[in-house]
Design a protein around this ligand. Sequence first.
Ligand SMILES: C[S@@+](CC[C@H](N)C(=O)[O-])C[C@H]1O[C@@H](n2cnc3c(N)ncnc32)[C@H](O)[C@@H]1O
Length: 471
Amino acid sequence: MQDISRLKDFVFSRQQTASWHMQSLTSLQACLNLALDTLRKEIDSSQLPPLSQQSSVAHPLDDPTTYLPSTGLFDARRLSLACLGELKNLIQSPLDKIMDERFTVYGVACTDTLIKTGIIDYLSDVPNPSQGVPAAELASKFELDSRKIVPILRCCAASGWVRETRDSSFALNRCARTFIEGNAGRRLNFSMPGFMSIIETIPHWVAESDWKLSRSPDQTAFQIAFKTPLVAFSWIMENPDVLVPIAEHLQVFGDMSTPSIVADYPWEQLQTPVIVDCGGGEGGLVSSILDAHPSFRAIVQDMENVVALTSSIMEDRRPRDVANGVLKVESHDLFQPQPRIGNEYSFILRHIMHDWPDKEALSALGPKSKILIIDMVAVPNVDSTATSVQSLVHDSRAKGPDYRIPSHFGSASKIVSGSSVHMMTLINGCERSLREWEKLIKGCGLRITNIYPLRAHTSIIECALDTRALL
Ligand SMILES: C[S@@+](CC[C@H](N)C(=O)[O-])C[C@H]1O[C@@H](n2cnc3c(N)ncnc32)[C@H](O)[C@@H]1O
């Protein structure tokens, strides 16, 4: 516990004395050392096995959908990664940085190739997985050209997915086990065919196109690249081939925060007996909440084509709850008036609001008992924002992670900022800052009653009807 407060104090003191962007090698090295020492101690006190790349079994920390780390471990890991990112930014030459960034896209293609060829599943199943397999064996097994396979495997080795055990022989590293058929990373790894063409379109869309000033969800890089007038969600609905893999991808993305949502929100204080998960997808979140809090009833709402899939999943996984009415699945369009009205209901909106520009997002909210918005909070990359986040978290003794270690520090902001560009490109959405969330929520007669930082990339923004506004 002492190490955690030292860790927080260390970072916090830098906020008061200098820039969050720690610019010196000395301070970054000291911060990294402290973070790594804490990480090691937290791994020991959580009775977890040591981290090893060469292990042929997954480590509990590899899968946030099934393992919730202690807050100390979560913070120490986040800070270690943030320091490493800042160190890289500090010492890498800008020209190397350009090449590094340009070639990142090949890393994506290389892991996709290892999955598509079957090499990942094969390497996981060989009699001695840590010894490695010659590329020639892989080439002959899958009828491939070993001259293409070796550079691809070496590119994956540079990202840590595999390692070269002898010249041109490769073994799977522990982290690549997430790509094995049936595992979470395999489902998360999906991007829709043609995705790269959307990315290529971004500079034209933002700088030159007729839509460069448009904020409408049907005037984005997506429509330009796919030559369609349809909003991304409607396009997906018309292309059933991508519907199931996208639903699975979104479910894993959501599941990454589920253990923390269940553990870090005070569900016992919720006064409504029914939880409605709006745009609830496959229903994984309410299922986990019901497991932990069986006194609630739950409703999953989603679009018509999605609820057919959700119903069959729920009937399969929770037949008793479906039969006795504890769990219902119903079709409801977020932009239509909510049929579940009254003090019986609280509402969850996880990864819904970031999909929509403000005008649309407003019509999805209504003045109900409690509305739990579960989404990322983008922290602007300026020095003072971490304190302003802190001041909005009412309960500073909350058991969730502490925002004094800012989520935007170093490479820790990469997932939030990447997700924001992703949402903007597809649907003119974004990851909102706390100020933007406040404005949006206030604009529809609600107020933020609390914010619960999660041991995940997201937070719970708890809202209620602003009765003061009615006076
Ligand atoms: C990013 S996913 C989030 C799924 C789920 N809330 C979770 O966290 O796992 C967005 C969900 O919103 C649903 N959705 C999109 N537009 C909708 C609409 N107009 N009405 C109801 N659901 C909608 C999608 O089908 C999808 O399940």
